[in-house]
Write a protein that binds this ligand. Structure first.
Ligand SMILES: *Cc1c(COP(=O)(O)O)cnc(C)c1O
Length: 368
């Protein structure tokens, strides 16, 4: 073993900080579930933002091995990293940001498919690009994507250059609420937009749209959060399996008398004899600071509430009612199979999306 390997394995063996266990078989089970729920559409994967914080390379490789060959990121740089991780030129990699003067070379070198968001980007790709493009037409999100009024000109510009439009896409603003009338409005506008791109495959749905039934599925769906174990809806969805378990070790135990307080601001006061466990996880690791008092963790299979303020490196749990003995070194689970990501997000005033993408650099990722 060389010194680098030795010190890396020593660090892994003596890891004291928080751990995110990532169950790649559950990831693939979610992929299969979405595939099953979308019988006439192909399932791509949104792996932007480091696969929502889970790790681009292991996540994308597991999905690729499972049969996924269309991936979505935002930037060309992410696309190039993904191409290197997959080490295969066949899978399609779409970059939502679209091309710029600065990134054209990267698009070519890594064989990335740009998502054209404006007539200006279409003209740039028409003059300098040499591969098929996707086009994003905005249908009411008013974020990125070209306005419907530019669809004809974008189509003409790419066609003149002899460039194929392989996918035309749009993005739903209100799919977290399947009953929202904007979903149907956007669907109708999307169908209208698609008429400017004959022969292109149609893609409207992210996780929520894909799980909303046939009307939104079209030819290609682009789930992200549902692959990673989060519900895209305003309530939990038990079709989605947990993928990430966030856990951290108990580093101290302490018994308080009534009247004693816990943590910054003395925000928690014991009213009865109380046992507190301090856990090596804090807002510096991405567990939201405003999570008390609704936030909780699983210790030895039973639930304990957060007591007092969350600090950068530590969370204090009230373990007074734990039936099983709790020892230093035991793990507390902040989300996982026994405390759903959706529930943890609700309790911490977050969404499953920002709980996952917010996990900090000290969290050790372990792949199962
Ligand atoms: C992030 C993103 C997705 C995936 O969204 P989820 O809600 O995580 O499934 C799909 N399409 C676009 C355009 C996105 O930005």
């Amino acid at each position: 073993m060389n010194d680098d390997v030795k010190s890396a394995s020593l660090a892994a063996a003596s890891h004291e900080g928080p751990v995110a266990e990532i169950d790649l078989s559950a990831l693939c089970a979610n992929y299969a579930m979405i595939d099953h729920a979308t019988p006439t559409a192909k399932v791509g994967a949104a792996v932007k933002c480091n696969a929502y914080g889970l790790g681009l390379s292991p996540v994308a490789r597991a999905l690729f091995e499972r049969g996924c060959d269309e991936f979505f990121v935002v930037y060309a740089e992410e696309g190039a990293a993904l191409r290197a991780a997959l080490n295969d030129t066949a899978p399609h990699i779409y970059c939502f940001a679209g091309p710029s003067e600065d990134t054209l070379a990267l698009y070519e070198r890594a064989k990335l498919t740009p998502v054209i968001n404006s007539l200006a980007q279409a003209q740039l790709w028409a003059s300098r690009g040499n591969q098929p493009a996707a086009v994003h037409i905005d249908t009411g999100m008013n974020r990125i994507g070209a306005p419907l009024s530019e669809a004809a000109a974008i189509s003409a510009s790419l066609k003149e250059a002899g460039l194929e439009v392989s996918v035309v896409m749009s993005h739903l603003a209100c799919a977290s609420d399947p009953a929202h009338p904007k979903n149907e409005e956007q669907r109708a506008l999307f169908v209208e937009a698609a008429q400017h791109f004959p022969g292109a495959r149609l893609s409207l749905a992210a996780s929520a749209g894909a799980l909303m039934g046939k009307a939104y599925q079209f030819d290609l769906v682009r789930p992200g959060i549902a692959l990673y174990g989060g519900s895209p809806f305003e309530s939990d969805d038990d079709r989605i399996r947990n993928v990430v378990t966030l856990k951290a070790r108990i580093v101290q135990l302490r018994d308080l008398q009534p009247g004693e307080t816990v943590g910054y601001g003395a925000a928690y006061t014991a009213t009865v004899p109380t046992r507190i466990a301090s856990v090596a996880l804090g807002y510096g690791d991405g567990y939201p600071r405003n999570s008390a008092p609704a936030g909780a963790a699983i210790v030895n299979g039973a639930r304990s509430a957060i007591a007092g303020r969350i600090s950068m490196d530590f969370i204090t749990l009230d373990i007074t009612d734990q039936k099983n003995p709790v020892k230093i070194g035991d793990y507390a689970e902040f989300f996982g199979p026994r405390l759903r990501l959706f529930e943890a997000a609700l309790a911490t005033h977050r969404s499953p999306y920002d709980l996952l993408t917010g996990l900090g650099g000290r969290v050790d990722h372990r792949y199962l």
